[in-house]
Design a protein around this ligand. Structure first.
Ligand code: OAD
Length: 244
């Protein structure tokens, strides 16, 4: 029984890393990027999620982020977000997420590395000003920096931009030294996040994947749960509770 194997593996592991992507928040009502109904099927990333797009048309970019903030503001963490937060209370577990929706924090996770930023944080394009801004809708579009004349932008990573250095270094280091690496709901096509489970594999970690679709990792993972995140969380908890 594969779930039993996973529960045992979690029990005996010293350092666990969980990597999540848009798929984990799909059942909370937030669209993914790729695949049927994915955001990148309807919108062009080069027009909405690059520094050049923002330079050309900050209003358009902010309208799109405002739309996404409206969706995310209505969303609640699901059973899989809560499961990861519960596991963190029992084990040495670090969560690395590509998601910018903040649902892991809402579910109670604390040790989180946000590789692609956070949609509720905004930063100035001219000075070092940053703030948490949860206004939905925003009071003005595009919002202006209260400290200087600059425009504020979402503090997220856009195409063509590097990931935050400290977060990326920590993520790579943890992936190399963990003994269990669990990947949930990511297509793994965006680098460098997509290479983290392979770093873990090379360093002999036990690698587990949860995804209703196969990815480039599925054949190489030690366990592949071909299912949605919430179904996985429910089934996992049944087995976990029986054993504890
Ligand atoms: P993708 O949209 O590329 O992939 C979502 C993955 O979730 C797919 O592999 C789906 O099969 C899977 N999935 C869908 N529903 C699921 C469910 N209910 N439970 C579990 N898995 C499910 O999203 P990401 O891999 O997160 O970057 O995309 C990576 C990055 O590409 C994003 O962070 C974003 C995007 O461009 C930036 O904006 C920088």
């Amino acid at each position: 029984m594969e779930l039993l194997d996973l529960v045992k593996k979690i029990e005996e592991s010293k350092n666990i890393v969980v990597l999540t992507g848009a798929g984990i928040s799909h059942e909370s009502g937030i669209p993914t990027f790729r695949g049927k109904d994915g955001l990148w099927e309807k919108y062009k990333p080069e027009e909405l999620a690059t520094p050049w797009a923002f330079e050309k048309n900050p209003k358009l970019v902010w309208e799109w982020y405002n739309y996404r903030r409206e969706i995310i503001a209505k969303a609640k963490p699901n059973e899989c977000h809560y499961l990861i937060a519960e596991l963190e209370k029992e084990k040495d577990l670090t969560l690395i997420t590509q998601n910018i929706d903040g649902l892991h924090e809402l579910a109670g996770s604390r040790d989180i590395i946000e590789l692609h930023g956070n949609i509720w944080r905004v930063k100035c394009t001219k000075c070092s000003y940053k703030e948490i801004n949860r206004d939905v809708p925003l009071k003005e579009i595009p919002p202006k920096c209260p400290k200087c004349v600059g425009l504020l932008r979402p503090d997220v990573v856009w195409f063509g931009e590097p990931l935050p250095t400290e977060e990326l270094n920590d993520a790579m280091e943890l992936s190399a030294k963990c003994d269990l690496f669990i990947v949930i709901g990511t297509s793994l096509v965006v680098q460098p996040a997509g290479s983290l489970p392979f770093i873990a594999l090379e360093n002999r970690a036990f690698v587990v994947e949860v995804n209703p679709e196969e990815t480039i990792l599925s054949q190489r993972a030690h366990l592949f749960f071909k299912m949605k995140a919430v179904e996985f969380a429910r089934r996992f908890k049944e087995v976990w509770k029986e054993l504890c």
